[in-house]
Ligand binder design. Structure first.
Ligand SMILES: C[S@@+](CC[C@H](N)C(=O)[O-])C[C@H]1O[C@@H](n2cnc3c(N)ncnc32)[C@H](O)[C@@H]1O
Length: 220
């Protein structure tokens, strides 16, 4: 079967952007205390549940993989873009990174205690999200947690240029209630949500609200 066009375009775009993206995003987490709070809560819950390692899916240059590692979480990263994986391996040589797509993960059923998808489901068209969430449900162990981060909105954004590179990237913004409904349909139980309002200050201005949803796979 041939690969979907959106996967091909997303991979090629992030391959082109990998080095510039890694440099640009390097200090972002330090500037976002509430994002760190979300990640700390996720890390503590996953450690307490002790149901298996965490996969950071759509890990990009690995900054969140490294952040979770620093919080004492057994974690590895997966990304669609080989160039991103190469950057992550170079920046964090002690951590494990692999190429892969969230549409079909090369992971055993029930093998993860946690799954982080931080601004990575945004590149999956809305109609393919049920498939992705079914895959997340499959790979999570009973009692495992899923942490999502994404931009809130209704209209997709298309970018054909970034940092001087020609790209073709779609950003599919969603409403938290839409994702919550899809989580329920996938058998993942919503646990917590935070929505940050748009923030024009600082080096990382945001024009849309940012949503962070935590869900859990039931114990049985
Ligand atoms: C906006 S970046 C976020 C990277 C990282 N999570 C961070 O916050 O720095 C989106 C990442 O998701 C990856 N990605 C997009 N679609 C994917 C898919 N279907 N499977 C795995 N990774 C994907 C891209 O290659 C890119 O590295």
């Amino acid at each position: 079967m041939t690969e979907s066009g959106f996967l091909h375009r997303t991979r090629a775009s992030y391959d082109a952007l990998a080095e510039d993206y890694a440099e640009w995003i390097r200090t972002e987490l330090a500037a976002k205390p509430l994002d760190r709070a979300v990640l700390s809560g996720f890390a503590e819950l996953v450690r307490e549940a002790d149901a298996g390692p965490v996969a950071d899916i759509g890990c990009g240059p690995g900054r969140l993989t490294a952040h979770l590692d620093g919080l004492g979480v057994p974690v590895f990263g997966i990304d669609l873009s080989p160039r991103m994986i190469a950057v992550a391996r170079r920046l964090y040589p002690a951590l494990r990174f692999a190429e892969g797509s969230m549409i079909a993960l090369d992971l055993e059923d029930g093998s993860l205690g946690g799954l982080l998808a931080w601004y990575s489901i945004i590149h999956v068209p809305r109609e393919r999200l049920p498939e992705v969430l079914a895959e997340f449900h499959r790979v999570l162990a009973p009692g495992g947690y899923l942490q999502l981060g994404f931009q809130v909105g209704d209209e997709p954004l298309h970018r054909s240029e970034a940092a001087g590179h020609e790209i073709s990237l779609d950003f599919h913004r969603c409403r938290p209630d839409q994702i919550t409904e899809l989580l329920n349909q996938a058998g993942l139980v919503p646990y917590a949500r935070m929505v940050r309002e748009p923030d024009a200050d600082g080096n990382f201005p945001e024009t849309t609200p940012q949503a962070f949803l935590l869900a859990r796979k039931p114990q049985s």
